[in-house]
Every structure is written in structure tokens, then in C-alpha cells.
Design a protein around this ligand. Structure first.
Ligand code: FES
Ligand code: FES
Length: 201
């Protein structure tokens, strides 16, 4: 028996589209409505995405399921944000979206459109390091350095959130960022050093 009913309705295509659409999160489908309606039905089709990264608009044509982390690393060549666990567990991929710190491995690129994404590459002002970057150097707050970009981005947000008032606060609000080298005491010292400068603006 044919899948075609004769009325132009293709049951096989309908079933494929329905199954595919259940796999794409609502945020992704909403963000791709309009120009990429077909791609919203089929996550294997590329979509046009514009990400504002470190103050510049970046136009990409990517799989709708691409995360911010993969967009940064694989499509934009910004490899400062690290992939540790790829499961939202380690914090190595932390970037700022607006003023909010997010694990970019669990954030879809299509859902980050229209928002300012700041990565470790966008933190310094020309040759002048951000106070948190300088504080990490001054306090030897790393060994292998793999977790460091995520630690620094998270630390900047931690201070701006008002969660750097005590060692206990810093430890608590930085607890989403794992350091396999256990540089934690030095990281706390770095956050305390940079906090006044960041709060001054
Ligand atoms: Fe994103 Fe570990 S790589 S939380
Ligand atoms: Fe090595 Fe943190 S410095 S994991």
C-alpha cells in the first residue's frame, strides 16, 4: 500500500516530521520560526543563526542542535571556552550571556540569539587584562589551566552578583566550577583581589 493518499498528504513524511520536531527543544523551534521553518521540522537541516560574541555579530549556518560551546569552538575558532564534561557538570565551558553565567555546553546557539555573549577572549581591554585575569596570574590560581577560562568567567559573574563577600560565599558560588588541580585556595584569593576593582566598574 502506498503512503500517498492521493490528496498530497505523505504519511511517511508526516511521521518523520513529527518525530523530528519532538526532538528539538521548544526554544530552538521558536527561534527558527519563519525563515527556517523547514529546518525547525527537521533538525538535520542547517539553520541561519546570528550570535553576538564579544561585541561582534557572527553569522553562522549550523545544525539547529549546535550548542553555544560548539558554535564558539568549532565554527568561530574561539577555543578559550573549554569542553570538559559536555554535560553541565564541570563549568569549564562557562561564558556570560548578558550578565548571567551559563554552561555553554547545555545552551543551544539558536536560543542565544539576540543576546550578548562574552567569552574569555572578550574580557581584556586591548592589551590590558581584566582585573580577574590579572588576579588569577597574581595569585597563581591555576596549574594546568584547563578550567581557568571557565573559572574566570564564573568569578566575574560571582562578584557582580554580590556573592564575593566572604571566603565561604566565594567557595559556595564558585562551586559549579571544578578544578582537577585543586587550585581552590588560590582561586578564592584571586576573586577577593579582583572584587573591589570590578565593583568600582
Ligand atoms: Fe560544560 Fe563541563 S563542559 S559544564
Ligand atoms: Fe588544572 Fe584547574 S588548573 S583543572
Amino acid at each position: 500500500m502506498s503512503d500517498n493518499s492521493g490528496s498530497g498528504f505523505d504519511r511517511r513524511a508526516f511521521m518523520a516530521g513529527t518525530a523530528a520536531s519532538t526532538l528539538v527543544p521548544l526554544t530552538a523551534r521558536a527561534a527558527t520560526q519563519g525563515s527556517d521553518a523547514a529546518a525547525a521540522q527537521d533538525p538535520t537541516l542547517p539553520v541561519d543563526v546570528t550570535l553576538r560574541v564579544n561585541g561582534e555579530d557572527k553569522h553562522l549556518r549550523i545544525d539547529a542542535r549546535t550548542t553555544v560551546l560548539d558554535a564558539l569552538r568549532e565554527h568561530l575558532g574561539l577555543t578559550g571556552s573549554k569542553k570538559g564534561c559536555d554535560h553541565g557538570q564541570c563549568g569549564a565551558c562557562t561564558v556570560l550571556i548578558g550578565d548571567r553565567r551559563v554552561v555553554s555546553c547545555l545552551t543551544l546557539a539558536v536560543a542565544a540569539q539576540g543576546q550578548d555573549i562574552t567569552t574569555i577572549e572578550g574580557l581584556a581591554s586591548g592589551d590590558r587584562l581584566h582585573p580577574m585575569q590579572q588576579a588569577f596570574i597574581d595569585n597563581d590560581a591555576f596549574q594546568c589551566g584547563y578550567c581557568t577560562p571557565g573559572q574566570i568567567m564564573s568569578a566575574v559573574a560571582c562578584v557582580k552578583e554580590g556573592h564575593a563577600g566572604s571566603d565561604a560565599d566565594i567557595r559556595e558560588y564558585m562551586s559549579g566550577n571544578i578544578c582537577r588541580c585543586a587550585a581552590y585556595p588560590n582561586i578564592v584569593a584571586a576573586v577577593k583581589q579582583a572584587a573591589p576593582d570590578i565593583m568600582k566598574g
